[in-house]
Design a protein around this ligand. Structure first.
Ligand SMILES: Cc1cc2nc3c(=O)[nH]c(=O)nc-3n(C[C@H](O)[C@H](O)[C@H](O)COP(=O)(O)OP(=O)(O)OC[C@H]3O[C@@H](n4cnc5c(N)ncnc54)[C@H](O)[C@@H]3O)c2cc1C
Length: 308
């Protein structure tokens, strides 16, 4: 019940100011967003890759309001890729981007976002890695998929994300599975209306499994973005039935969530990619993590009260 309330709060400027300024916020945020700068994050990249994990990097920030901010977002990714070049990790560290941060919601946003994301995809390819386009709220998805198609003409490894809670997703999965795309499947983290999305967890979980089957039986490369133990076992079984080898799909989880499971799956020989977010504009990302698990919110509120 709390999830939708927290997601609504994540759109409020007043809440953003209150929560960002709270004295204990930083220490709770650090669990999910372990750095603010490239300098903070490079040691974390080295540490996780040394443990056999792979990464997808997210420079946090969304809901920007000017084209200059979109350019700054592009430059932040280019700075990161420049640092990655020296580490020589290739596809073990890829990038995840939110097109809203590249200007998608501004005037002529579709073209602007494409123009800003293309140099990031080019720079990633030049160091042997790639970019995945995150899925945001449902109103942005036609533009995201069109940009994905456009980028794949030159960079077929470019990935995208689909969300099991949306009614449209089975059709999207069929198209992407047939055209050999890299696709991350997730449950979905935004507040969506009942006209477009399943609202109850059991329905979302069933839809996830249907989409997973389509991806596993298709021509593409499935990336399973979930911490749900049941879905992890179902993935392993469906991959086995589809005759997929361990390097023909991968698991993905968020930094700071079920970290022991990251190591366990990697030790079993699975490709395990950790979605690692960093940067200063962490509010939206942080609020979605609180919304996913009420215990996170309770912990956050308790720490505010005990320090207050
Ligand atoms: C790699 C990755 C990339 C993602 N990219 C996108 C995207 O582009 N667009 C999008 O809409 N969503 C994205 N998401 C978020 C996703 O939609 C879900 O909101 C999130 O993964 C929680 O769902 P779950 O599958 O883990 O299952 P749940 O049923 O929510 O959780 C299963 C178990 O995982 C643990 N868990 C889950 N979330 C948390 C949390 N926040 N804190 C602590 N424990 C937790 C708990 O133990 C929980 O019982 C991404 C998720 C992952 C893992």
């Amino acid at each position: 019940m709390l999830g939708p309330v927290i997601l609504a709060a994540s759109r409020s400027d007043r809440m953003r100011r209150l929560i960002s300024a709270a004295p204990v916020t930083k220490q709770v945020v650090d669990r999910f967003i372990p750095g603010e700068t490239v300098g903070d994050i490079v040691p974390i990249i080295k540490d996780l890759t040394a443990k056999g994990l792979e990464l997808t990097m997210d420079v946090v920030g969304e809901d920007i309001t000017t084209p200059e901010q979109a350019t700054a977002a592009r430059d932040a990714y280019l700075e990161l890729i420049d640092q990655l070049k020296d580490l020589g990790l290739g596809e073990r560290v890829e990038m995840s981007v939110k097109l809203s941060m590249f200007g998608q919601a501004l005037e002529d946003g579709h073209e602007l976002a494409l123009a800003n994301v293309r140099p990031v995809v080019e720079a990633a390819a030049a160091i042997g890695t790639t970019v995945t386009l995150d899925a945001e709220d449902h109103t942005t998805l036609d533009s995201m998929f069109a940009i994905h198609d456009e980028l794949r003409k030159d960079f077929p490894q470019t990935g995208c994300v689909i969300q099991a809670y949306l009614f449209r997703t089975e059709a999207d999965a069929r198209r992407l599975a047939a055209n050999g795309s890299r696709v991350r499947i997730v449950k979905g983290a935004y507040k969506e209306p009942a006209e477009v999305a399943y609202q109850q967890k059991p329905e979302i979980d069933k839809a996830y499994v249907r989409v997973l089957k389509i991806l596993m039986e298709g021509e593409g490369y499935p990336m399973i973005g979930s911490h749900d133990p049941r879905l992890i076992s179902i993935t392993q079984e469906l991959a086995r039935r589809a005759g997929r080898k361990l390097d023909e799909y991968e698991f993905q989880m968020l930094y700071g969530i079920r970290s022991d499971e990251h190591l366990r799956l990697a030790a079993e020989g699975h490709r395990m990619r950790v979605y690692t977010a960093y940067g200063t504009d962490w509010y939206g990302y942080f609020m979605r993590r609180l919304a996913e698990k009420p215990a996170n919110l309770q912990f956050f509120l308790r720490s505010m009260v005990s320090k207050g």
